[in-house]
Design a protein around this ligand. Structure first.
Ligand SMILES: *[C@@H]1O[C@H](CO)[C@@H](O)[C@H](O)[C@H]1NC(C)=O
Ligand SMILES: *[C@@H]1O[C@H](CO)[C@@H](O)[C@H](O)[C@H]1NC(C)=O
Ligand SMILES: *[C@@H]1O[C@H](CO)[C@@H](O)[C@H](O)[C@H]1NC(C)=O
Ligand SMILES: *[C@@H]1O[C@H](CO)[C@@H](O)[C@H](O)[C@H]1NC(C)=O
Ligand SMILES: *[C@@H]1O[C@H](CO)[C@@H](O)[C@H](O)[C@H]1NC(C)=O
Ligand SMILES: *[C@@H]1O[C@H](CO)[C@@H](O)[C@H](O)[C@H]1NC(C)=O
Ligand SMILES: *[C@@H]1O[C@H](CO)[C@@H](O)[C@H](O)[C@H]1NC(C)=O
Ligand SMILES: *[C@@H]1O[C@H](CO)[C@@H](O)[C@H](O)[C@H]1NC(C)=O
Length: 553
């Protein structure tokens, strides 16, 4: 290692340094222009449209973005990327086809003979048609995917109906479940109609029994229920199987670098670089599932280690779309192989990010091991993707979605407001205190100012969800005279110790309870915000201060 002492350096050397810095700047500028030209002339690709914007978003004002904008968290499902194969949604015309079939089969019998609401026959297909039609009219932002046959509710004229849906605003095509209780009446022309719809998750009789997990209890005591899990989530850690498989693989292994314990945007920018390089090199990325929660998100105001990746991100989805192996499994198999065979697994150690992905393209070693031992900021993963590499490495944004367990909470909150709400994003926190960079933000987001501004944008009486990093719960009380105000804190039983989320995350955490931390709050706040009908942003809508500080917009 070369050591340089700036104080002892003679003037001449400084001059050389200055000149070389200048040359470097010219070079960087040249590369930039070249990149812009290259991008302009490439064929249309969603990546090339989004990547420069994202690069700008993360790097242009690195300090402001990484250190202060912690109140929002965008992941793959929020970006305008090419969509994954859509599931077919139920539409007016598909319902009409079913209706025609029913009508023609009824003609064979004699009309409406069997129609009664006491008790209503919930498995009569006409009941489902009535519910489907009702839902389509009532929830315009929801795509309904598949219904189960309705079952009886608690009273003779009630039916419980379960279905899967997705929100049209979500780009992930992930499915969620709802089950509601409907009061059914007789309509015109041999049809049923919905007299009264129940609320979110009210149709508990239609809630599917969770067979997959309760089956393991032995079957003798079915009444003592196993913890209720979302059996649609499969984020078990895959194993490589035999050691022959291990040797056949090609891996890209990143040692822990300076990114560890940094903010979440920094983490995303770094991990996506690693995944992007792995894809470029056609290698399996070795993923460390153990994360460190930055102090900015922890309730103790200290960095907290040992957080599971799966608390925050959708590991199942990542497994499906990217080639990854969990670090623990990988190290175990690596050691096992070395022990079992005389010859060691070929490893290429890469000590610095300055060795570019392009230089590694032809390397045939089983493992390419990037070590990030240099002092900060030379040890950030994302530096691998800087400069020239930016043209070759595409960050696979579509691979990282938020944890479905968190998204279930998002659906629950939105569902309880019946998907009919407006939202305001109020950024306060550090930015509001920093009068130098954001001179007006504090006063523009004061309670009185919020009332005055929102009155012009959101109709009185509406459900108003406030996504915010303002810790004081009663801060928004003035808005309550005009709107039905909802804050994340109002839904705390969704992650409290009686919740499904609590049970499920505990299973990932060796049975220890998991705290609903600041990062999770931001994730849920962001997604609820994106589901609102009218969305008011702090920057642009509430204040003229710039998002990244004075004179940046
Ligand atoms: C970021 O902050 C550090 C000190 O905190 C400063 O040295 C550096 O120049 C800043 N970088 C940018 C891009 O503002
Ligand atoms: C309810 O309707 C289904 C489908 O039309 C029919 O098969 C079933 O026999 C009916 N049940 C009763 C009790 O009428
Ligand atoms: C009932 O049938 C009549 C005659 O076929 C039709 O005019 C009327 O619009 C139908 N009503 C509904 C609600 O479909
Ligand atoms: C979960 O996914 C893994 C692959 O990652 C698969 O091997 C396993 O069978 C799945 N488990 C269930 C219960 O579907
Ligand atoms: C990627 O690697 C796999 C196996 O390691 C190989 O079958 C495939 O041909 C490679 N693809 C490219 C584009 O190099
Ligand atoms: C849940 O938390 C409450 C208050 O935090 C506590 O009183 C209660 O005993 C807890 N219940 C369980 C099952 O842990
Ligand atoms: C959570 O687990 C406890 C104990 O295993 C169980 O009694 C409770 O019903 C579960 N709650 C939910 C919402 O799944
Ligand atoms: C917020 O500002 C943006 C950009 O100026 C504008 O397009 C949008 O309509 C505004 N939103 C509301 C609710 O007024």
């Amino acid at each position: 290692m070369k050591q340089s002492n700036p104080i002892a350096e003679p003037v001449g050397q400084n001059l050389i340094k200055l000149i070389s810095n200048l040359c470097f700047s010219v070079f960087v500028f040249g590369v930039l222009i070249f990149t812009v030209i290259a991008i302009t002339y490439k064929s249309p690709d969603p990546w090339l449209e989004s990547a420069p914007a994202m690069t700008k978003f993360f790097t242009q004002s690195e300090n402001a973005t990484f250190k202060n904008d912690n109140s929002i968290l965008r992941t793959g499902e929020d970006l305008q990327l090419s969509q994954i194969a859509p599931a077919s949604a139920i539409t007016e015309s598909s319902i009409e086809k079913v209706e025609e079939k029913i009508a023609s089969s009824l003609e064979l019998e004699s009309g409406c003979r069997e129609m009664t609401t006491s008790p209503v026959n919930c498995s009569d297909p006409r009941v489902l048609v009535a519910v489907e039609k009702f839902n389509l009219r009532a929830f315009k932002s929801i795509a309904f995917l598949e219904y189960q046959t309705p079952v009886s509710g608690s009273r003779p004229d009630e039916c419980d109906v379960a279905w899967r849906f997705r929100n049209k605003k979500e780009k992930s095509w992930r499915k969620y479940r709802d089950f509601r209780r409907f009061k059914i009446g007789i309509g015109e022309n041999c049809t049923f109609k919905v007299v009264h719809p129940g609320g979110w998750h009210s149709g508990i009789n239609a809630r599917r029994p969770k067979n997959r997990y309760s089956a393991t209890t032995g079957g003798a005591t079915p009444k003592i229920s196993a913890p209720i899990r979302d059996d649609e989530i499969n984020d078990t850690i895959p194993s490589l199987g035999s050691d022959v498989n291990f040797r056949k693989g090609r891996y890209l292994y990143y040692s822990r670098g300076g990114d560890y314990c940094k903010g979440v945007n920094h983490y995303l920018w770094s991990i996506l670089c690693g995944l992007g390089e792995a894809r470029y090199l056609n290698r399996t990325f070795v993923l460390d599932l153990s994360m460190c929660l930055s102090a900015t998100y922890s309730s103790t105001n200290k960095d907290e280690e040992g957080k599971d990746f799966r608390f925050y991100f959708d590991f199942e989805h990542l497994k499906e779309v990217a080639s990854i192996v969990e670090e623990g499994e990988f190290i175990r198999d690596w050691k096992k192989w070395n022990r079992a065979h005389k010859k060691k697994v070929p490893v290429q150690k890469v000590p610095t990010y300055k060795v570019s992905p392009m230089q590694l393209k032809r390397d045939k070693s089983t493992i390419i091991w990037r070590q990030f031992d240099a002092p900060e900021p030379e040890n950030y993963w994302y530096r691998v993707c800087e400069g020239q590499a930016e043209r070759y490495i595409q960050r696979p944004w579509h691979a990282l979605w938020k944890s479905k367990r968190l998204m279930n909470i998002v659906s629950e909150i939105s569902g309880r407001m019946d998907w009919d709400f407006d939202a305001v994003h109020v950024v306060r926190g550090e930015k509001a205190q920093n009068k130098e960079l954001w001179p007006n933000l504090d006063s523009d987001t004061s309670p009185d100012s919020l009332v005055a501004k929102l009155k012009g944008m959101i109709q009185p009486g509406r459900n108003l969800y406030v996504a915010t990093n303002e810790p004081f719960y009663n801060y928004f009380d003035k808005l309550r005279s005009y709107y039905k105000v909802h804050l994340l804190e109002d839904y705390k039983e969704l992650w409290g110790n009686t919740s499904e989320w609590y049970n499920e995350t505990r299973l990932l955490n060796d049975g220890k309870p998991v705290e609903f931390d600041g990062f999770m709050r931001v994730a849920v706040d962001t997604e609820v915000l994106y589901r609102a009908k009218v969305r008011v942003e702090t920057f642009n809508n509430l204040t003229r201060d710039c998002k990244d500080g004075i004179n940046t917009c």
